[in-house]
Write a protein that binds this ligand. Structure first.
Ligand SMILES: Cc1cc2nc3c(=O)[nH]c(=O)nc-3n(C[C@H](O)[C@H](O)[C@H](O)COP(=O)(O)OP(=O)(O)OC[C@H]3O[C@@H](n4cnc5c(N)ncnc54)[C@H](O)[C@@H]3O)c2cc1C
Ligand code: SF4
Ligand code: SF4
Ligand code: SF4
Length: 408
């Protein structure tokens, strides 16, 4: 049966939970706000299925992409509502037109991020746009399996570890499955996100009606903004923009982009760069202004990696502007290709401050404003650790211990 002692060994995909025949595994939130499996040993029959479907148990074979493309959806509205080039919605349209089903991450009524499925374009729209918080899978693998067994086409999208989890869960190749992952630099803690929304909006009576992590209409695609819409309970009339922060101004995004509140498995990711077995990988074509300036209009250019023949076939017939891209050059500009994201050195302090009741804004502000002397000390320590061949992130930092808080 599954037992996690080092938090980097679990990405929270829930494949084990959904495959357990005794349903004796529950996902529970730890102090940082990430879900981990807990087995009820009384019910476990030792069948080993949970370990067999875990994407992080055992080595994964990596396959290099067959092709890299720079792309823009020709529908200007769809591209503006998407994070990058609007590829996901174009793929979804094609699958829906053939009576297929689309799985992806959307906000729920409390603005938490969950995986769900859609059978209409209207239900695909909430999946559009990146949400930089870990999404909860619920029963999506089981539901996808049911649709696949019924012979329906399924487009399943998510982070590479979620796609790796899907493939391990299914245990066989389905010709009617198209799996699509995103280039992934990491996911932030759902608890930190919840706290941020409470502190910044809900505690003062604001009702949120819309959130866009990657708004392009305020300051463009490269200088993207976090936009929150809603209204205060004292206000009459319709909703309005409550917040519009460029990514480097917003406390939540500053924390996320500094790697201070990522899931531990993101600091030792084993699912990226061809290990997830996805058919297509979608990302931002960062650096396009240098690599392909005449293609850049600051409204979003997507980078598509075609990983399999099925991915290539799915790509056909989409209404896209497409150019071949140089993978190595594109990877130099994009953090999503990095195998190892280093934890921000003050990560532990950040979670301790937040746990002690400090606001997300104050904890991010304090932990990110570090003196030059301290930065030099960090650098010296990591050089010393490199020389003696030891990670300065010692194992104690990731120990599971009795860190589980309650039902997720
Ligand atoms: C957490 C995260 C980190 C990322 N990091 C990078 C990066 O470092 N470099 C890079 O080039 N691109 C990164 N991306 C991908 C990029 O932001 C776009 O999602 C991608 O380029 C697809 O854009 P699109 O315009 O085609 O479609 P969009 O409509 O923007 O994409 C929506 C797709 O993203 C999925 N999605 C959204 N939020 C989540 C979530 N929380 N968990 C799982 N899936 C989600 C949806 O299911 C859907 O498939 C990241 C995305 C996410 C979600
Ligand atoms: S060994 Fe089998 S019964 Fe026990 S937790 Fe794992 S899947 Fe469930
Ligand atoms: S990675 Fe997924 S399958 Fe493996 S233990 Fe964690 S939740 Fe379970
Ligand atoms: S960095 Fe790796 S472990 Fe983290 S969310 Fe992305 S794919 Fe999953």
């Amino acid at each position: 049966m599954i037992h996690i002692s080092d938090k980097r060994d679990c990405c929270g995909c829930g494949a084990c939970v959904q495959r357990c025949p005794r349903q004796c595994i529950a996902l529970r939130e730890d102090r940082e706000g990430f879900l981990y499996p807990c087995v009820n040993p009384e019910e476990c029959v030792g069948c080993g299925l949970c370990e067999a479907v875990c994407p992080l148990a055992g080595p994964a074979e990596k396959e290099l992409p067959k092709e890299a493309l720079a792309v823009k959806n020709r529908d200007a509205g769809e591209r503006m509502s998407s994070s990058s080039g609007g590829v996901f919605v174009a793929l979804a349209r094609k699958v829906l037109a053939r009576k297929g089903v689309v799985f992806g991450a959307a906000f729920d009524g409390k603005w938490e991020v969950r995986h769900t499925h859609a059978e209409t374009l209207g239900d695909v729209r909430p999946m559009m746009g990146s949400k930089y918080v870990q999404s909860r899978m619920g029963n999506c693998y089981r539901e996808a399996e049911r649709f696949l067994e019924e012979g329906r086409e399924v487009l399943f999208s998510g982070c590479p570890c979620q796609i790796a989890g899907l493939h391990k869960f299914l245990r066989r190749d389905y010709p009617n499955l198209l799996s699509v992952d995103v280039l992934c630099h990491g996911v932030a803690s759902p608890k930190v996100w919840r706290r941020y929304l409470d502190e910044a909006f809900r505690s003062s009576g604001a009702v949120i009606t819309g959130i866009d992590f990657r708004n392009k209409s305020m300051c463009g695609w490269k200088d993207f903004s976090l936009v929150v819409r809603g209204k205060y309970d004292t206000e009459t009339g319709g909703d309005r923009v409550l917040l519009s922060d460029r990514h480097y101004e917003n406390p939540f995004l500053r924390g996320f982009l500094s790697d201070i509140c990522l899931r531990p498995s993101c600091y030792a990711c084993r699912c990226k760069n061809g290990a997830s077995r996805s058919d297509l990988t979608l990302g931002d074509y960062w650096g396009v202004q240098t690599l392909m300036p005449d293609f850049d209009d600051d409204k979003g250019v997507g980078l598509v990696l075609v990983n399999t023949g099925k991915g290539k076939a799915a790509w056909g017939g989409l209404d896209m502007e497409v150019r071949p891209a140089a993978l190595e050059a594109a990877a130099r500009f994009n953090g999503g290709f990095k195998e190892e994201v280093r934890p921000y050195p003050e990560r532990g302090r950040f979670f301790r401050m937040a746990g002690a009741g400090e606001s997300v804004e104050a904890a991010v502000g304090e932990c990110l404003s570090v003196s030059l002397c301290r930065r030099i000390e960090w650098k010296a320590r990591s050089i010393a650790a490199y020389i003696v061949g030891k990670s300065r992130w010692d194992k104690r930092l990731w120990r599971m211990d009795n860190d589980i808080q309650g039902e997720g």
